[in-house]
Design a protein around this ligand. Sequence first.
Ligand code: ASP
Length: 443
Amino acid sequence: MSIKVCKFGGSSLADAAQVRKVRAIVAADPERRYVVPSAPGKRSDDDQKITDLLYLCHEHARQGVPFGEVFTIIRRRFLDIAGELGLGLDLAGELDRAEAGIAERAKAAHGPDYAASRGEYLNGRIIAEVLGCAFIDAAELIRFDANGRLDEQRSYAMIAQRLGGADRAVIPGFYGSGPDGEVITFSRGGSDVSGAIVARGVGAALYENWTDVPGLLMTDPRIVDDPLTIEVITYRELRELSYSGASVLHEDAVFPVRSAGIPVNIRSTDAPDHPGTRIVSMDDPEAETSHAITGIAGRRDFTIINVEKALMNTELGFGRRVLNVLEVNGISFEHMPSGIDTLGVVIKDANLEGKLKRVLAEIEAEVRPDKIDIDPDLALIATVGRGMSRRPGMAARLFSALGAAGVNIRMIDQGSSELNIIVGVNVDDFETAVRAIYHAFVE
Ligand code: ASP
């Protein structure tokens, strides 16, 4: 029987009613053997996430301010969930230990990791009880080295060894431990990463990531009404879209499963019959597609620095010298559109903050251009799709849609993989452009 690892996000576990849905989802498929829960999230927009409250407890404790009142809110949340579900677990004892542990560590000048991890730990205890299976502490399985970096190989080995003997188990997300046994957390949203590591460690056939949306949308629903859900996306496309501004999985959640060729399925706890989005490798037969594009993402706030000089193409090292100025000023760039005697560098505004004047002066001194100017207020839009490659007419369709919508294109860049076409437009045209591209490819 193949194995599925299921990670459930905070909104999927925010209260007892959500936990019941999770129980039904896990019970519906015997292959769902390992479950990785987050801490309880928000029940409504004005609610608080348990993890945020735990960070607050640590901060109070660190400053020597009593945090009992904040911890009482946490305590009540967990006791309410356990009470409503009629669990016989000694949660009060666990909560006392967590509260004491937070105080102790703050006193010993430890960071917030232990405190932050208790949401997942306590929730893991609850979910294990609800599912009637073993609880295995992530601190025993997910290991970090002395520099605080994930020790991948050791973690996979520990997981294979410990979980190999457990038919079914709950492993809390978000944290592991260092060489001294102390808890270390991933960055925020890190239960996604834990789930991926467990999936890799047990050699899962599928990593299911259960959340509050039925998969990834083709584009931002704040710009396009009701965009379609992506059925299948490849890891490479996902990388392009998330880099270009789409908010998807935690960045680090992809590498453990990607390199092992384990597909990810993003599903909604509130719509368990919806197939969600599957993330697969390019060579997976599922990657075969008839859709020209997979998704559209974009970001605002870029500037182009334009450098012009006659016979630039004959001047050896011209480009290197321009880029060197950026490098010594610690500035990374996104694109480099160029003509015969012109060279442009597209840079995030945030990277140029406080440095623009100096950078222009240094480029001027370095390459003595005929002209150097800047073009601010640029937005970049990436249209991503494995279906575009080797298919004539894709760029024409995109550009005519933008032309028809009255959008002027200020920059074009197509990667040699033909996986994406990136256009730069004025920030004021950003939303019009995204809508035009979407409607050009999606009926
Ligand atoms: N609970 C943690 C956070 O809020 C980790 C997670 O939910 O993935 O960031």
